[in-house]
Every structure is written in structure tokens, then in C-alpha cells.
Write a protein that binds this ligand. Structure first.
Ligand code: TYD
Ligand code: MG
Length: 442
């Protein structure tokens, strides 16, 4: 075409050759049985194979109880966050089973060095430093490992495709054929995939649709803590959270996050409050800090680490509208300590309390924690898993919990003392000026 029918520009069309994306007769003989026959649902007998459990309890928890045989798990995360370490630790934790580590990122010697550093015996772990798809499929069918790690999917390629490793064509083809092999051989495969800061590399995003489980490994590289979350899980909940600490000898699970995340010698200070957070089956306390200061430049600064910046902007607008706090003239910084990122909506109330505390330059009450979701009208909404939060609070010696007034009926007398608030306005009053007159509800 000479002229583009859409923008009317002349000679703007480029010729792009299409790539052959399907290959015929690529699989090794006898790898797959046919599962394609028509069946009655009531006749289907699920495979009763046990899940493959690693010694990393938090990994098993996030997976929904371990690796399901025949499943594909994608472990995504930024470079350097610890994906290879987590993967190697899980397979070295199965010393009596045949396992396979396919590496295109590092040499076999580097894997050996990492294993030394982690301090686990190699057992029957095999390393394949070949990143061609054929070699991988052949090894899978010969070795039949009980857990396979592919590090990373971006380095794997089928040389018969005219596309470079990491391209969409290669990733789609390789993932599809490994999936068929994993299903046919009833073995779990853990694929490692990189994402960049924006989280939008074609690879992992495209892969998310193809695999059974998508795990995200995240954290602040300047902190030791790493969070493992399931973004998608066909075999379990996506609510669970794994908390790890990166140390000199690999990753260690954090059994008691509250004690690690809040310092024992914490003094009451304006702008710093405790959030009673809950992710999946675990609740923990984490410190939320805010600093509100007069804006130096025309456009006030908004910075947030560990809390969604759009959510913060929404809370600032609520405070401006419902409490008359002129946030548009202030610089606002919010930080969740320990490099933890909070997804629990109940963190709203802690962020609002930290903002009010910094605004008023008044510390929150001693041994207090906050848990509640804040809506656009400034109302404080109830939180999920209240019982679990309350028991964590009493375990950690919290004496006063700020909660939504909607929890009134659900509270039991033996729980730590709670202050029920129905709006952010009331929160401000009850927290920082309890002796003053009650504000008119808005
Ligand atoms: P790595 O697993 O290579 O990350 P990824 O595969 O996601 O790119 O680990 C990255 C960082 O972890 C690296 O900078 C070094 C650090 N590390 C430790 O602190 N302790 C350890 O025992 C290991 C193995 C790594
Ligand atoms: Mg790596």
C-alpha cells in the first residue's frame, strides 16, 4: 500500500516477515499419552499423586501445599531479587529425589558456588547448562526429575525458530512445549521469568495465561526482606504471603514477622504508627511512617514506598475534603518499614493515622495499632479476618486497636481494648484529641 488509510501518510508501510511459530514432530517419542477423549465428568479419576513439598514452608503455603505434579509454576521478579536462590534452595531441599536445574543465566560452576553458599548438600540434583528446548525435553523424558527449574525462560530457545531467545515467539513456543511435557510426565516445572520495574516485559505477562501458578518474588533490594505472593493459583488461594529474609547463606523464612518488622525499643514519635496487617493466613504488625511538611516547590511532592501511591493520593483527597486538611500545599512522604509492600486494604487507617499524626506533630497513643479500610466518603470500613488480627495484637502486647465501628458486634470482651471509629474525622478526634468535643459527623 502506498498510502496509510488511517493516518494518510505516504510510504509509511514496512514489510515484516512472519515467523514460523509452530513446529511439527518436535517431541521425543512416547512422551505424551492422549488425554483428549470425551469423558463423563463423573468418570474422571484425578491423579492421586502427592504434592512435591519443599522444606521451605512459606513456599509450600503460597503454592497451596506444594508443587502439584504436572503443573507449571512461573516465578517472576526483578533481576537480583533472589529468584535463582529460591529455586535452588527448593530443589536442594529435596536431596533424596532426582531434580533438575536448567540454567541459561549462569554456568554450572556458578550454580555449584551458590549451592556452597546456601550450604545444602547437592544430593541428586542435576544441572543442565544447555538452553535449547530439545535438550531440555530429552533430559526431562530420560531423567524424569521430581522437580525441574528452568532459569530462565527468557534464555531458553528452539534454534529451529527464526526468533531470538526472549522473544514472544520463542517464549510462547518453549512454554507451550514444556507444559505439554510436564503434563505428560506428571512432573512439576518451575519457570523463572524476569520482569522490569514496570512489570511489563512481554515474557512473564504472556506466560501468565499459559501457566497454572504465577508467583511474584518482590522486595526492596536495599532491605533483606522478600515477599512471595501468588498472583494466580489454579490449586490454591492467592491470599497467602511468604516472608523471607536474604542472608549470607541464602533465604531464610521469617517465622515471626512482627518481631522483626517493629523495633523493640520503639518510642512514640509523631508520624509513626503501627499497622495491624493481615495477608492470607498470617497477621503481623508493621510500622507505617508519614511525613507531612510545607511544599517547597509549586507542585507538592508525593512519595510512597511500600504503599500504593494512587491509594495514598486518594486518602489525601479524603483528608482534604472530610477533615479540611489542606494537603495540596504539603509535601507528603509515606514509608512502610522493612521494605515490605502492603496490599491489605486495612493499611488505609494506619496511613491516615500516620498522616494526621505528622500533620498535628502529635504521637499516637502508646501501644496502639490501626486496622481499617477507608472509603471515599471518609467512612472507616470493616476488615477481614478480625479474630486473627486481634490475637496477633494481644500476642504482641498491643493495648489499644483502632477499628471500624462496624466491628461492634463481632468484638469479644477478652480482646485488647478497641477504639471504634466510623470516619476519618472521628479517628482524628479519638486518636489525638480524645478530651475535646466530639466533631460533627460529616
Ligand atoms: P539471585 O538469586 O541471583 O537473584 P535473581 O535470580 O532474582 O537475579 O540473588 C541475587 C542477590 O542475592 C545477589 O545480589 C546476592 C544475594 N545473595 C545473598 O545475599 N546471599 C546468598 O546466600 C545468595 C545466594 C545471594
Ligand atoms: Mg537468577
Amino acid at each position: 500500500m502506498g498510502r496509510c488509510p488511517s493516518c494518510n501518510a505516504w510510504n509509511s508501510f514496512k514489510e515484516v516477515p512472519t515467523t514460523k511459530s509452530r513446529l511439527l514432530n518436535g517431541e521425543p517419542e512416547g512422551l505424551f499419552e492422549s488425554h483428549n477423549a470425551l469423558q463423563l465428568l463423573s468418570d474422571i479419576r484425578p491423579d492421586t499423586l502427592e504434592r512435591v513439598k519443599t522444606p521451605l514452608e512459606d513456599l509450600n503455603l503460597v503454592l497451596g501445599g506444594g508443587f502439584v505434579p504436572g503443573s507449571m509454576v512461573l516465578l517472576a521478579g526483578e533481576p537480583g531479587i533472589g529468584k535463582s536462590t529460591l529455586a535452588l534452595q527448593s530443589i536442594l531441599g529435596l536431596p533424596n529425589q532426582k531434580t533438575l536445574y536448567v540454567t541459561g543465566e549462569e554456568s554450572a560452576a556458578q550454580i555449584w558456588q551458590r549451592a556452597q553458599r546456601i550450604g545444602l548438600k547437592p544430593g541428586a540434583c542435576h544441572v543442565l547448562p544447555d538452553v535449547t528446548l530439545e535438550a531440555l525435553l530429552q533430559t526431562l523424558s530420560d531423567l524424569r526429575p521430581s522437580l525441574t527449574v528452568v532459569d530462565s525462560i527468557q534464555t531458553l530457545s528452539d534454534p529451529r525458530l527464526e526468533a531470538s531467545p526472549g522473544s514472544i515467539v520463542q517464549i510462547r513456543e518453549c512454554a507451550a512445549r514444556i507444559t505439554r511435557a510436564a503434563r505428560g510426565l506428571h512432573m512439576p516445572v518451575l519457570l523463572i521469568g524476569h520482569v522490569n520495574k514496570e512489570g511489563d516485559v512481554a515474557g512473564p505477562k504472556l506466560l501468565e495465561h499459559m501457566v497454572d501458578v504465577v508467583l511474584y518474588f518482590e522486595g526492596d533490594r536495599h532491605h533483606h526482606f522478600r515477599l512471595l505472593r501468588a498472583q494466580k493459583n489454579r490449586f490454591g488461594s492467592t491470599q497467602e504471603l511468604g516472608i523471607f529474609e536474604m542472608g549470607p547463606s541464602g533465604l531464610r523464612e521469617v517465622r515471626d514477622p512482627s518481631r522483626v518488622l517493629i523495633s523493640a525499643t520503639r518510642e512514640a514519635c509523631s508520624g509513626s504508627v503501627l499497622c495491624l496487617a493481615s495477608e492470607g493466613t498470617r497477621s503481623f504488625l508493621v510500622e507505617v511512617q508519614a511525613l507531612v511538611s510545607p511544599a517547597v516547590y509549586g507542585t507538592p511532592q508525593r512519595m510512597s514506598s511500600g504503599f500504593d501511591i494512587r491509594r495514598l493520593n486518594m486518602l489525601l483527597a479524603v483528608l482534604e475534603k472530610r477533615c479540611g486538611m489542606r494537603m495540596s500545599q504539603k509535601d507528603v512522604f509515606v514509608n512502610v518499614t522493612g521494605g515490605i509492600r502492603l496490599e491489605d486494604p486495612a493499611a488505609d487507617l494506619a496511613v491516615v493515622a500516620a498522616l494526621c499524626s505528622s500533620w498535628l506533630d502529635a504521637p499516637p497513643p502508646p501501644r496502639a495499632a490501626f486496622s481499617g479500610e477507608v472509603g471515599l466518603t471518609g467512612e472507616v470500613r470493616p476488615v477481614l479476618r478480625l479474630e486473627q488480627r486481634l490475637s496477633e495484637a494481644s500476642r504482641m502486647g498491643i493495648e489499644c486497636i483502632f477499628l471500624s465501628a462496624a466491628h461492634k458486634e463481632a468484638l469479644r470482651p477478652e480482646a485488647p481494648e478497641s477504639v471504634l471509629v466510623s470516619s476519618v474525622r472521628q479517628l482524628m478526634h479519638r486518636t489525638f484529641n480524645p478530651a475535646g468535643p466530639e466533631p460533627v459527623p460529616v
